[in-house]
Design a protein around this ligand. Sequence first.
Ligand code: ZN
Length: 232
Amino acid sequence: MFAVGHMSIAYLLGKVSSKALHTKINIPVLLVLSILPDIDILFDLVAGTSIHRGPTHSIIVAFLVFIPVFIYLGKRAIPYFLALISHSLLADFFIGGDLQLLWPLSGNVFGFHELGGYYVSILSSINMVTEMLLFVAAIMVLYKSGDWKVFFKADKTSLVLIIPIVTVLLPSTIGYPFSESLLLREPTLAIAHLVYLALFTVATLKTLYWIYTQRFSSAATQQRSVQRQNYK
Ligand SMILES: [Zn+2]
């Protein structure tokens, strides 16, 4: 699945689970966790390996990584854990499969197709329609709940959104990991990518500007107090 689908699933799951658990969620962190397993694409590109859909897509690895988070956050960790495992279990499982879900206990690959089901390619129309439906649902909930405001205010945790901007949204719109730009191949899905890209860019720039002005104003205050001391 593309980043748009992964993030939309994670957001919708996060909304449902946090409501059921009566906990709050940090939306930028939730969205980033949903695309984190695909960091192996970058690893393959840099190191020349072939580990995509391997260890980073394992639910055992996800659980082990999350043990300290569960200890620290308790039930508040559940929406984040769901965001991470939804990548493999809800999305990639049905789209493409070929996942080493139980690594390192087993090197076997799993997926809907491996279980005898229909093979759904990431570029198939079934996936395109699914991703667009998920995107529309996520945008509607974002709008109705007022969660969209998160992207228009400065918050240091929003800086995590730099990860999807650089690793998924921008490259997949331009073309990587496919041979052709998504804008040419699947313009509708590319527009969905651009919507997330715009929201994340606004959140990141607003936060960076806020950090800059904070530093600048505190430096100016310090300078003024030094000048005042010198006059005394
Ligand atoms: Zn993946």
